[in-house]
Design a protein around this ligand. Structure first.
Ligand code: SF4
Length: 144
């Protein structure tokens, strides 16, 4: 809600793509609105009267979401406390992943799958979170 001055949009280069900059470090990044958030992104009215909010934030039900979750800059990924919650097939919460892609779980099987996934996916991959989510889902876990 207060990072609007720190995430600058320099240029819109496509319908859902933007050249941006993390102002505090001067780091450029390419933002692409997540496919599943494009509908809520289109409505910019929520930003009216909220000058301090990041331009990529949007309300969704009773939550406020980052619409560039997959391509948000490193600072945001580190800042976020929890980027994924992992549920077993029975619906029990068995793990949490923090912004540094650290899994916190007592479940050995889940930890092994997570570690294997991290080894397979290159660090520089822009969609590492989405790919790890798919790995977990392929093993029957639900990820939010
Ligand atoms: S996490 Fe997303 S909405 Fe929040 S400041 Fe970063 S880019 Fe903006």
């Amino acid at each position: 809600m207060y990072l609007g001055d720190y995430i600058a949009i320099d240029r819109e280069i496509g319908p859902f793509e933007f050249e941006c900059e993390s102002v505090s470090t001067g780091t450029p990044f390419l933002a692409r609105v997540d496919e599943d958030k494009r509908d809520i992104f289109r409505d910019r009215s929520w930003l009216d009267g909220r000058p301090t909010a990041c331009r990529f934030l949007r309300p969704s039900g009773d939550r406020i979401l980052c619409t560039i979750h997959e391509t948000s800059p490193a600072q945001c990924k580190f800042y976020r406390c929890v980027v994924m919650q992992v549920f077993d097939p029975a619906g029990a919460l068995i793990g949490r992943v923090t912004g540094t892609l650290a899994l916190h779980s007592e479940n050995r099987e889940l930890r092994a799958i997570w570690e294997a996934g991290l080894r397979e996916i290159p660090d520089e991959s822009a969609d590492v979170e989405a790919r790890l989510q798919k790995v977990l889902e392929s093993h029957g876990y639900r990820v939010e």
